[in-house]
Design a protein around this ligand. Structure first.
Ligand code: 13P
Length: 252
């Protein structure tokens, strides 16, 4: 049985003071009985401090990006080993903002995915289509291509140690959430695609939905059979909003 994972992607938001308050709010608001896995992904400069704050809690720490290289002359980059060293368990790779704004290709994302796995991190692989791709009926083709690059480089079995996040680009930060049925269709497609190659991997992998998820719409999405949690942007920046999504998952 797959567990729910509720993950906060803070993006380029926060400050030492704001993060302290946010993390304190999250850790103190989580109920002991909940079985939902919780993850926060702060910006790089705050990872070590948040790791310290999370010590002894059940909340996991992740980064938002990682270099595909192991070490060396790559000014401004951060390696997977460094992330492990300071306490990260997860790293987001291939977020649509990185693909669109920083030109990350699916091949580069696959290399980042591999670097993360090699270091013992769990990659959270983001996939998703733009509005024009959806409108032209290309959603499945786009998502399949994004997945295929990872499978080509690391093999289907690698997905057993990863999380997938389906994030339709048109739903990110727009308040335009995918309907549960729209999201479920793509999640089912992703799982089916993986099942063609390895049924066990397909059955085990957590597939998160991301894009304007909040407390009010989380229940409907999370009740869908192939939606195993959320990757949350805006609503992960206030503990009450984030905890409302965790609570919705715990109710299912
Ligand atoms: P929003 O929840 O702000 O739409 O962001 C989703 C996202 O991009 C998470 O990675």
């Amino acid at each position: 049985m797959r567990k729910f994972l509720v993950a906060g992607n803070w993006k380029m938001n926060g400050s030492s003071a704001a993060n302290d308050a946010l993390v304190a709010g999250i850790t103190s608001g989580l109920t002991q009985s909940g079985s939902v896995e919780v993850l926060v992904c702060p910006p790089f400069p705050y990872l070590a401090a948040v790791a310290e704050q999370l010590r002894g809690s059940s909340v996991a720490l992740g980064a938002q990006n990682v270099s595909e290289h192991a070490s060396g002359a790559f000014t401004g980059e951060v390696s997977a080993d460094m992330l492990v060293d300071i306490g990260c368990k997860y790293v987001i790779v291939g977020h649509s903002e990185r693909r669109a704004l920083y030109g990350e290709s699916s091949e580069q994302v696959a290399e980042k995915f591999r670097a993360a796995l090699n270091a013992g991190l769990t990659p959270v692989l983001c996939v998703g289509e733009t509005l024009s791709e959806r409108d032209s009926g290309r959603t499945e083709e786009v998502v399949a291509g994004q997945l295929a690059a990872v499978v080509a480089l690391s093999g289907i079995a690698s997905l057993a140690s990863a999380v997938i996040a389906y994030e339709p680009v048109w739903a990110i930060g727009t308040g335009k959430v995918a309907t549960p049925e729209q999201a479920q269709d793509v999640h089912k497609f992703i799982r089916g695609r993986l099942a063609n190659e390895n049924e066990d991997v397909a059955a085990a992998v957590q597939i998160l939905y991301g894009g304007s998820m909040k407390g009010e719409n989380a229940g409907g999405l999370l009740r869908m059979p192939d939606i195993d949690g959320g990757l949350i942007g805006g609503a992960s920046l206030k503990s009450a909003d984030f905890l409302a999504i965790v609570a919705a998952a715990n109710e299912i």
